[in-house]
Write a protein that binds this ligand. Structure first.
Ligand SMILES: [Zn+2]
Length: 197
């Protein structure tokens, strides 16, 4: 598939929600199999290209495909959760997320970089399901630290994309000014024309 996933979310957790979209009416699944899921993780910056290498050899296609299927379930679980008002979300609601975070295998390690020592987090993928951890962490980060009033769905009713509004004024309404913003402008222009006739 030549279509690239959308990275309009301005937060990895919302880009994750946007991995299924219908930009030209027909729905596109961007994490349809294990390979696509690993590519997406790398593109969104949740997996280093060096970490992505060798995952297919290590776990094999069927196991990676299963984890992609779990990722799609996690995505739809998250979509339901985000529809719930932030104030009413409880620890019980996020048990699914905590179960995934519990299988993490990461540690910090000192490394050399530009002739000095830096402390870096290293994540090991011993079990294939640990590939869900970076996404669970991004979702957790958004739920815990994000401003829920800035988590928005595109104002175009036929668009399903979500984004985190990082504009200064907090007035971003569309996933993309060029696509949905423009569509809305054209529609408003037509409406004004129709009324002035
Ligand atoms: Zn949109």
């Amino acid at each position: 598939m030549s279509d690239k996933a959308f990275f309009v979310g301005h937060h990895a957790a919302l880009d994750f929600l946007n991995t299924i979209a219908a930009p030209r009416e027909e729905t596109i699944e961007f994490i349809a199999d294990g390979n696509a899921y690993v590519t997406w993780l790398t593109d969104v910056g949740l997996l280093a290209p060096t970490e992505a290498q060798g995952l297919l050899d290590k776990f094999g296609k069927p196991a990676l495909d299963r984890v992609a299927s779990e990722a799609r379930e996690l995505r739809e679980w998250f979509r339901r959760l985000i529809a719930k008002p932030a104030r009413r979300r409880t620890a019980d609601d996020v048990a699914t997320l905590n179960q995934i975070l519990a299988i993490d295998c990461s540690r910090r390690q000192l490394e050399e970089s530009d002739k000095r020592l830096v402390l870096r987090e290293k994540r090991e993928f011993v079990r294939v399901r640990q590939l869900l951890v970076p996404v669970a962490e991004a979702i957790g980060e958004l739920l815990a630290n994000g401003d829920s009033s800035l988590i928005k769905r595109c104002a175009n009713p036929s668009c399903t994309l979500w984004f985190y509004d990082r504009t200064k004024a907090g007035l971003r309404r569309f996933c993309s000014a060029a696509v949905c913003g423009n569509r809305a402008k054209v529609a408003a222009f037509r409406e004004r024309q129709r009324r002035s006739k």
